[in-house]
Write a protein that binds this ligand. Structure first.
Ligand code: NAD
Length: 429
């Protein structure tokens, strides 16, 4: 098996769980295939005057438990296999945290850095038109993922609504507040990562305020996780973006770094002292290291929060963290997982660790259904309750003793829930 094929990795993770899950082989086989994947061609006239033809996908993996749900990613490395793996992971994630949703994912092959805002709007509208027949408030509800944001969701919602002839806020989640978004959505995934990290420390009877943390990726998820773990007393010693990583064994100044990145700055500029913020009083540039070096730092917790497939056969032996909390989707390949599991490195799997985003997306969708909005405290309390109970259920399954690691424990729960839904519904026709 290719170590870098995300779909093959997802299937291998399922296979590891099969012997422990109470699922008949026939239903299990059914769960290995996406219901459908739509591939769309997207010709867009760019501001430069050129017409560029982009390719996009929407994979609907499984809807036995409810409408399809999953983000849309803009990235040059998007492939059909990647979108299908991500849609599968969404299916197991919504089942594990017990949301009444199935799993889906979308992606467009593009380099957003090379596109103007106007180009991105036109591309988003064209992509929405392309997948319009699949999505809908009761059928398939997109959300942001890498390089997409509330503005992208606003364009998607507007394009869909224009065809319907009335406003349909419920067709996407992760919207701006003014269009029916929920307070707490932007920080939700990072908040969930921080909550499960705290729970893991409680479970292992270790003190988070004594812990050092390295976070790969300082985007939406990584930066919010960093801020919340910093608030919880942990020492965030390293983080990175696509330009490189910064390391300070005494702990980074997360708030200055956050302000610099929020103002459009890169980590590489930060380590050079080229800051985008006025207040430099607390600033200490730290040491510039590479993304690869960040992964093998001697820290208590490693949080990959960028792209998939970064912890592999090649570097698993060099990982020195005692625990890994998977904020990104699919950061650990199956081969690396086996190596780390043998070394007793505790891994909180992506389908649990980064489920905060889809939980709060669900809460947004519920508020849109109710045509009512909740205060931030209600949203955050419900997020903590839901991700906390999924964590406890996963630990309970793992503590029964037969299952070798937390990922496999989480998969058995998710596969059983999805399989039960299939069994009750039966085969149509
Ligand atoms: P983002 O685009 O906001 O941030 C990504 C970060 O990773 C940036 O700092 C970027 O510079 C960095 N990065 C990109 N490519 C890299 C590479 N090759 N090496 C090192 N760093 C790289 O994206 P995000 O929304 O924070 O998502 C990050 C991960 O979390 C993805 O795997 C995504 O699928 C997953 N996730 C996101 C959400 C969400 O709500 N945003 C929910 C669940 C899972």
């Amino acid at each position: 098996m290719a170590d870098d094929d995300p779909f093959e990795n997802m299937l291998a993770q399922m296979d590891r769980a099969e012997e422990f899950a109470d699922v008949t082989h026939g239903v299990f086989e059914r769960l290995k295939h996406p219901e459908r994947t739509l591939k769309v061609t997207l010709p867009v006239e760019l501001d430069s005057g050129d017409v560029e033809v982009f390719k996009g996908y929407r994979c609907q993996f499984d809807s036995a438990r409810g409408p399809f749900k999953g983000g849309v990613r803009y990235h040059p490395s998007v492939t059909q296999e990647e979108v299908e793996a991500l849609a599968g992971w969404m299916t197991w994630k919504t089942a594990l945290v017990d949301l009444p949703f199935g799993g889906a994912k979308g992606g467009v092959i593009c380099e957003p850095k090379d596109l103007t805002d106007n180009d991105l709007e036109n591309l988003t509208r064209r992509y929405t038109e392309g997948i319009r027949r699949l999505i809908g408030p009761e059928t398939d509800v997109p959300a942001p993922d890498m390089n997409t944001n509330p503005q992208t969701m606003a364009w998607m919602m507007d394009t869909y609504s224009m065809y319907e002839g009335y406003s349909v806020p419920k067709v996407v989640t992760g919207k701006p507040l003014e269009l029916g978004g929920t307070p707490g959505r932007i920080a939700a995934t990072g908040r969930g990562v921080s909550i499960v990290t705290e729970r893991l420390f409680d479970y292992l009877e270790n003190d988070l305020s004594e812990a050092s943390v390295a976070i790969q990726g300082f985007g939406n998820v990584g930066s919010h996780a960093a801020r919340m773990l910093d608030d919880a007393g942990a020492r965030v010693v390293a983080t990175s973006d696509v330009s490189g990583a910064v390391y300070d064994p005494d702990g980074l100044d997360v708030s200055t770094l956050g302000a610099h990145v929020d103002a459009g700055g890169l980590i590489e500029e930060y380590t050079r002292g080229d800051l985008r913020v006025e207040d430099r009083t607390r600033w200490d540039e730290g040491q510039a290291i590479s993304n690869e070096e960040l992964l093998t730092l001697d820290v208590d917790v490693l949080i990959p929060a960028a792209v998939e497939g970064v912890i592999t056969n090649d570097n698993a032996d060099d990982i020195r963290a005692n625990a890994i909390v998977e904020a990104a989707n699919g950061p650990t390949t199956v081969a690396a997982d086996e190596i780390l599991s043998e070394r007793d490195v505790q891994i909180v799997p992506d389908i649990l660790a980064n489920a905060g985003g889809v939980i709060v997306s669900y809460l947004e969708w519920v508020q849109n259904s109710q045509e009512f909005s909740w205060p931030l405290e209600t949203v955050n309390a419900e997020l903590e309750r839901r991700i906390g109970s999924a964590f406890d259920e996963t630990i309970e399954r793992y503590d029964e003793g037969a299952i070798p690691d937390l990922r496999t424990a989480a998969y058995t729960l998710a596969l059983e829930r999805t399989a039960r839904a299939h069994e009750y519904r039966g085969l149509f026709p």
